[in-house]
Design a protein around this ligand. Structure first.
Ligand code: MOS
Length: 722
């Protein structure tokens, strides 16, 4: 099905099942520990041996030799995989560094060996006996130093009007620099794979967000046909972008299983995840705002520096600045420095999450400079068109309504415009706001739908559920479309033998994957109508199909062999004609201890305008999870860089702090009642990343309001407030 004209009325609009706060179908399995994760597939791969990954102990250079003698004779050892015996490895299209290093080492903890043994403990013990000698090379590890060194960085600029003159001539100006640190996804389930060969066919149980990308890259890496790989990822313990691509666990489990001639499991042990895999790269962002005294922005400049390995990409922290506020003269640009740290890549709301952490503090600062309320300042500079291309409107943009609704619900009027005025006992109290913005991406998505003789509808798609609720909203979509109760829908996900879906990334998963299921169900309805000989406008409800004065149970129409169809939704020009984005407003109250400067978040509110909310319960869970992540980003999370040796020092959950329950107060989420006819037949958009966008700055602005101390360097730890 091509989606190329705005959505009109369709069966989803009935909202009998869609739009209901249905419990997660996989919830009981996940919370009771019975959802089978990749590392636990003992049933599927009996007798599996255990692989242990050895990561490089230098950041850059080469391996001179690996003495394997002691390790080979250690108890239980079956095989040792290194670049020497792994065979010729190709390269997939998503990884910057190779997933098995040697002799060249490209980053710290790059995998350089896999020890396969009878037990995990034996593999781990033997890995310590590998004697590796390295020849280390000089590397660059310090983003700030690279930025100020004058060395050429890769620049990409976007210009509208004449920023330099407009900024120079502005009545009120702000020129500030902000920084965000390297961050780790820190998902609950580490990357893990169980691999088994049967002849030249490879079965892989793994934990991955994008089944088709990863199957393609695994085939390219191993140099085998894609259709000889069966890759399965039905249950995932979180991803946040860390599992978008093929990683070392999968490649090494496959090679290890081939060499050991038996199934092999590999989990990336928690202490190597941060350096072995990917992270959100640190940014340094310079923001220049020019305004007239009446508060109208005339010039917006936002440049972001980040680092990455050679051929890596910049963190696009200026993405939202291209769309968020009006101003005739604009400059946005990314600058990329080559660093020899581990590879930087997508983490929840890549671009906007760190970008808004800077931009939305700058907006707070500018509002104060102008003497205008921060919300009124943003309202004044709202735009309903793409500022770079005024003929392109936003499909839906209710940013002002988000701010106004939130201000009312949160009690914004209690805020003191002057900072450091509200005191309660030993605490300074403050309120802050920031807006959220994240683009809405659409990408094609397929599904298979089957009606069986029991009247049960089974949906199969390679879409994944990373803890987000995909199983549930897909079941709701099929139930709504086919007029059957939720209990009569079976959803099967995360399998490379199913039709290729949009996958879980970029907050496009909910809208696109359900739109693909919608398309398949439209076809299934047609097949039912045709087989039953009913008129085309037959209706589906209560497990029956009705039309032309007849009424038949779906089970009867299905017949003995059932009906099965497949379709893919494809998105055409609409997404180019209209700018599709999602919007939010965050409100935060903090208390800052006057003596220790400890920051406690007291209340949080998010208001989101994000198209149709398919399931308000799972959507709310996504947003409160994102708000929680935002608290981490504002106050705790930072991968500390060892700038001499080039690695992240605090590479486990003891050293990399994330919020715990005690850090999280009352959270509220309001969804504006919205449908977006340009997004898909579902009229939905994403919320999973939107929920994070702006949270950090809202907290930073609340801390400023409480204390009068403006921190522009995240995380806002207490030493920066004293
Ligand atoms: Mo997302 S960072 O595209 O999983």
């Amino acid at each position: 099905m091509r989606f190329d004209t705005p959505a009109t009325a369709n069966p989803i609009d009935q909202l009998k099942v869609i739009g209901q706060p249905v419990d997660r179908i996989d919830g009981p399995m996940k919370t009771s520990g019975t959802a089978p994760y990749a590392y636990e597939r003992h049933d599927a791969a009996p007798g599996a041996a255990y692989g242990y990954v050895l990561g490089a102990a230098i950041a850059k250079g080469r391996i001179a030799s690996i003495d394997q003698r002691l390790a080979k004779s250690a108890p239980g050892v079956i095989a040792i995989v290194t670049a020497e015996n792994a065979g010729k490895l190709g390269k997939g299209s998503f990884n910057t560094a190779r997933l098995l290093g040697g002799p060249l080492v490209e980053h710290y903890h790059q995998a350089i060996a896999l020890v396969v043994a009878e037990t995990f403990e034996q593999a781990r013990a033997a890995a310590q006996l590998l004697e590796v000698s390295y020849v280390a090379a000089e590397g660059a590890f310090d983003l700030a130093a690279e930025r100020s060194s004058g060395k050429k960085t890769v620049d990409r600029d976007n210009k509208v009007g004449d920023f330099a003159s407009a900024f120079a001539g502005a009545e009120v100006r702000l020129d500030q620099t902000y920084s965000t640190p390297d961050q780790s996804h820190a998902m609950m389930e580490p990357h893990a794979t169980t691999a088994a060969w049967r002849g030249d066919k490879l079965s892989v149980w793994t934990s991955n967000q994008m089944i088709d990308w990863t199957t393609t890259d695994l085939a390219a890496t191993l140099g085998i046909p894609k259709d000889s790989i069966h890759l399965m990822s039905p249950y995932i313990g979180g991803g946040f972008g860390a599992k978008l691509f093929l990683r070392a666990d999968t490649v090494l489990a496959a090679i290890g299983a081939r060499i050991a001639r038996r199934p092999v499991k590999v989990a990336l042990q928690r202490p190597i995840v941060a350096n072995n895999t990917v992270h959100r790269p640190a940014t340094i962002q310079r923001i220049r705002l020019g305004a007239a005294k009446d508060g109208r922005l005339t010039a917006i400049g936002h440049e972001s520096w980040s680092g990455n390995l050679v051929n890596g990409k910049p963190e696009n922290a200026v993405q939202q600045t291209q769309f968020l506020y009006a101003a005739a003269h604009r400059l946005t640009g990314t600058r990329l420095a080559v660093l020899d740290l581990p590879e930087g890549n997508a983490m929840r709301a890549p671009g906007e999450a760190p970008g808004l952490m800077a931009l939305e503090i700058a907006m707070d600062e500018m509002a104060e400079r102008l003497g205008i309320d921060p919300i009124e300042f943003r309202v004044l500079n709202d735009t309903q068109v793409d500022p770079a291309n005024p003929s392109r409107r936003f499909s839906e943009r209710r940013l002002i309504e988000c701010m106004r609704t939130g201000a009312k619900a949160f009690g914004w009027s209690q805020r003191s415009a002057r900072p450091a005025l509200r005191r309660e006992g030993r605490h300074w109290l403050g309120i802050g706001t920031a807006v959220g913005f994240r683009n809405n991406l659409v990408t094609k998505s397929g599904a298979r739908a089957r009606l069986d003789p029991r009247g049960v509808v089974t949906v199969e798609t390679d879409m994944t559920d990373i803890g987000t609720g995909s199983y549930t909203i897909i079941a709701q979509t099929a139930a709504e479309m086919m007029g059957v109760p939720l209990e009569r829908v079976v959803v099967r996900l995360g399998d490379s033998s199913f039709p290729v879906s949009a996958g879980s990334g970029g907050q496009w998963g909910a809208n696109c994957s359900t739109a693909g299921v919608y398309a398949a169900c439209v076809k299934l309805r047609e097949a039912v109508v045709q087989r039953a000989g009913l008129p085309a406008d037959a209706s589906f409800a209560d497990g029956m199909v009705r039309g032309g004065g007849r009424s038949l149970p779906l089970s009867e129409v299905a017949g003995a062999d059932g009906l099965v169809v497949e379709d893919t939704i494809e998105f055409a020009e609409l997404s180019k004609l209209y700018q599709q984005s999602t919007f939010g407003a965050h409100f935060v109250e903090v208390a800052v201890d006057a003596y220790t400067a400890e920051v406690r978040v007291r209340r949080m509110l998010a208001v989101c305008a994000s198209g149709r909310i398919l399931n308000p319960k799972s959507a709310r869970s996504q947003v409160i999870g994102a708000m929680t992540m935002g608290v981490g980003g504002a106050l705790m999370e930072e991968l500390a860089v060892d700038k001499r040796l080039g690695f992240f020092v605090n590479h486990d959950l003891a050293g990399y702090e994330v919020p715990v329950h005690a850090d999280i107060p009352h959270q509220e989420v309001i969804f504006l009642d919205e449908t977006d006819a340009m997004s898909s037949p579902m009229k939905a958009k994403g919320v999973g990343e939107l929920g994070l966008c702006g949270v950090g700055a809202a907290i930073a602005n609340a801390v400023y309001n409480a204390t009068g101390v403006r921190v522009r360097d995240y995380p806002i730890t207490l030493d920066k407030l004293l």
